[in-house]
Design a protein around this ligand. Sequence first.
Ligand SMILES: C[S@@+](CC[C@H](N)C(=O)[O-])C[C@H]1O[C@@H](n2cnc3c(N)ncnc32)[C@H](O)[C@@H]1O
Length: 319
Amino acid sequence: MREDTPSRTAAWVAAARHLGQLLPEDVRLADDPYGAIFTSQWLADVIHQAATVGAREPGDRSLSLANALRAIRHPLTKMPGLRAWILYMQVRTRVIDDALRGFVERHAGRRTQLLVLGAGYDCRALRMPELDDTRVFEIDHPATQGHKKQVFERHGIDTPATFVTWDFEQRPVEDLPEALLELEFDATVPTFTIWEGVTMYLSEPAIDASLRAITEWSAPGSELAMTYFAKSRLAKPSLATRAIQAVVSTLGEPWRWGWKPEELPAYLEERGLELVEDISLADAARALLPPELAAYVGDPDRRVAVAAAAESIAVAHRR
Ligand SMILES: C[S@@+](CC[C@H](N)C(=O)[O-])C[C@H]1O[C@@H](n2cnc3c(N)ncnc32)[C@H](O)[C@@H]1O
């Protein structure tokens, strides 16, 4: 990403999460009332307006999203693929939220931590009551995190998350586990790491080093949920994928990395993690949404993997 410029892709995905409020409640998968505040004010106003219109249209599932977008008189809402983008973000958010809820439930009565790597404008610490007893750490670039702090201050929002400022281009990820310990991160406590919307932007050495660092801070019982692209999405992109690829490259955040799903278990195992679940968001959409909406999330190459930490090699145990 560009130095001094908060991540635009982070603002874009957060805004799409907020626009999930356009969906009638019976098919809505995730609510992020904070998603729009990180964009510029005029865009935030349009998104709030859009979400309000959506909320007034209960019931007529497949049409309501289209109708709500049509009712907003702004060029943004005519953007091709916006409906698909909103639904994709709904499914992606819900799959990770559910994995996190499962983790918290499995460790009920014990201390747990959530670490969001490349957190951007993730507001799980604020919007998920299940995390009330979970310590949350958010790691991100100074420009994006600085913007997030300013916006929270402006809106009087007090997040329980601990911010960890880290530019991975300046400071190696290998140093992060040690730095976390200085911030009262407890490497003996089960930690759920979220690595959402990040792997596709990294080089192979950065992926390798990051996974090894995640294993290092993951005590027994810890889990990782990460989104990734199947290699075929980058090798043989569809027309729509090429269009998004061009946009993210222009924003200074080009896609670089994907795995072949069949190669992922061994790749993770070599780095101390055991694959538990690897789900295509197209399949998740079919399980979570009515068919007329699931059809918008058809690309099987956008995936979420959940992995468990193998035996502890956490930093605390090396000390
Ligand atoms: C697509 S956003 C995803 C944000 C968030 N995880 C989500 O899904 O809403 C990618 C994130 O990676 C962060 N990032 C990119 N390059 C970085 C770097 N060199 N150091 C630290 N963070 C970086 C950006 O600031 C941004 O928040």
